[in-house]
Design a protein around this ligand. Structure first.
Ligand code: ZN
Ligand code: ZN
Length: 258
């Protein structure tokens, strides 16, 4: 499988997974223009996409959806019913959905995809375990706490895109209003560096070969802190040698092959 992350963070999220001739996206949270510019810079051809999976309806995950639909009307959008309704209401997209039930598996572009529920303050947020039949990619970028379904999916991953949103001390010392701090740190908010590390320690299996830290807060995190915390957790889980990298809001990642 091949993975390219075009953007990760509160200003927009989008990644592409490819296997053989087929590719799918997870989320369209940059403007369509910026998404296409980043794809072009990576020599990624959007016209061969077999679908776009949406995790939830927050703007940083769907704001490019309406324009993308106009440019590529034959590319289906995948979501659960509540997310499809909410993305339509937010972005103006209409129709063209392939709906799935949360906690089920379905085919998208030849991939076997399992959507698992995650606790987050949107309509019906999911994470994904995407499989080409041999390798599994875990993607979960907006969730406040680890549940048994998150742990189960993570334990099957060969590569993982895992939220490592904030450092607790930087969040509590920030100038953000108290209510926003509560929202971010709450059980339906965003996963901290320590939360991500706990998941790695408790659920990573020896098959995990790449750990990518996602949705880092620009104000309440530093990639050095997130990486330090995650690498310690990998060592504790017997995975001291795997690459651990922090994804960027501003530029596409390198191409990961696993
Ligand atoms: Zn987000
Ligand atoms: Zn969100």
């Amino acid at each position: 499988m091949r993975l390219r992350v075009f953007a990760s963070g509160s200003k927009g999220n989008c990644l592409a997974v490819s296997s053989g001739a087929s590719s799918i996206l997870v989320d369209l949270g940059l403007s369509c223009r910026e998404t296409l510019a980043r794809m072009k810079a990576c020599a990624f051809d959007p016209s061969r996409l077999a679908g776009v999976l949406f995790t939830h309806d927050h703007a940083d995950h769907c704001s490019g959806a309406a324009t993308f639909r106009k440019r590529f009307p034959s590319v289906p959008f995948y979501a659960n019913g509540a997310t499809a309704d909410a993305v339509e209401a937010r972005s103006g997209v209409s129709g063209g959905w392939k709906l799935f039930e949360t906690a089920s598996s379905f085919d998208a572009g030849g991939f076997s995809v399992t959507a698992f529920s995650v606790p987050h303050d949107a309509a019906d947020t999911v994470g994904y375990l995407i499989s080409d039949g041999e390798k599994n990619l875990f993607v979960a970028t907006d969730f406040g706490c680890v549940t048994s379904s998150v742990r189960d999916a993570f334990s099957r991953a060969d590569a993982a895109v895992l939220e490592s949103n904030h450092d607790m001390a930087l969040l509590s010392g920030s100038n953000r209003p108290w209510s926003l701090k509560q929202r971010i740190a709450g059980r339906s908010g965003h996963l901290s560096n320590d939360g991500a590390a706990d998941l790695v320690r408790s659920a990573a299996s020896p098959r995990l070969k790449i750990l990518l830290l996602a949705h880092l807060s620009e104000e309440c995190n530093a990639s050095r802190l997130a990486l330090e915390t995650a690498k310690e957790a990998c060592s504790a889980a017997g995975l001291a040698d795997i690459p651990v990298e922090a994804l960027s809001q501003n530029e596409p990642s390198r191409l990961y092959v696993f």
